[in-house]
Design a protein around this ligand. Structure first.
Ligand code: HEM
Length: 179
């Protein structure tokens, strides 16, 4: 996983709980990298799992809730870091429909080693969008947080429901309904 994701994760923990907690979860995670992450570096996914697990043990907040919260935080950081990618997108559905054929394409140019998820989309109506998330990383909670933040970024009211298409969460269908 790219270093930018780790940098943002540790920043979120700093902001939420203070630097001492960040140091504590880093120490308890026994990270091969020593947590000296750079945005362009690539690190083992297991390091992210270790950090999230330690954050869960520290806060008692369930891992899916932590990942969703992180997804929202991450999106807001992306809107600052990569604002040029976003300014011409008119609404959430346009953005979500263009993750695979535009946003993550640009991401791959910046970070050639990025391993990105696949999103198949189907616009059922101007109020309903179906998204099928596929990734061996099995992080639909992170995806849901990113989706929620996308809808909030465009000031839209929404509800999101989801169905696992594979038991291990490597393939999950989301239905977004805009109000
Ligand atoms: C400006 C917008 C965005 C940028 C710059 C961006 C960038 C990235 C980057 C750098 C990664 C890490 C890849 C790696 O470590 O190998 C990533 C992963 C991911 N992105 Fe995006 N992304 C954006 C928007 C979105 C949106 C709107 C979604 C909504 C569903 C999304 C879903 C994901 C997921 C779920 C992952 C985690 C990897 C996985 O599950 O396989 N991204 N993205």
């Amino acid at each position: 996983m790219k270093g930018v994701i780790f940098v943002e994760f540790l920043e979120m923990v700093d902001n939420m709980l203070g630097m001492e907690t960040t140091e504590e979860i880093i120490e308890k995670s026994n990270l091969p990298s020593g947590a000296s992450y750079t945005t362009v570096g690539t690190y083992d996914d297991a390091e992210m799992i270790a950090l999230v697990t330690q954050l869960h043990l520290k806060t008692k907040i369930e891992v899916p809730v932590l990942l969703k919260t992180f997804g929202k935080y991450l999106f807001n950081s992306f809107t600052v870091r990569y604002k040029d990618m976003l300014h011409h997108l008119k609404d959430s559905f346009e953005m979500l429909k263009r993750i695979d054929n535009y946003i993550h394409v640009e991401v791959q140019k910046i970070y050639p080693q990025a391993k990105l998820p696949v999103f198949q989309t189907e616009e059922i109506s101007d109020k309903e969008l179906k998204l099928i998330y596929t990734s061996e990383r099995k992080m639909p909670d992170l995806a849901e947080g990113l989706m929620e933040a996308t809808l909030e970024y465009f000031n839209e009211d929404y509800s999101i429901s989801r169905t696992a298409l594979k038991e291990d969460n490597s393939c999950v269908e989301f239905l977004i309904v805009r109000k």
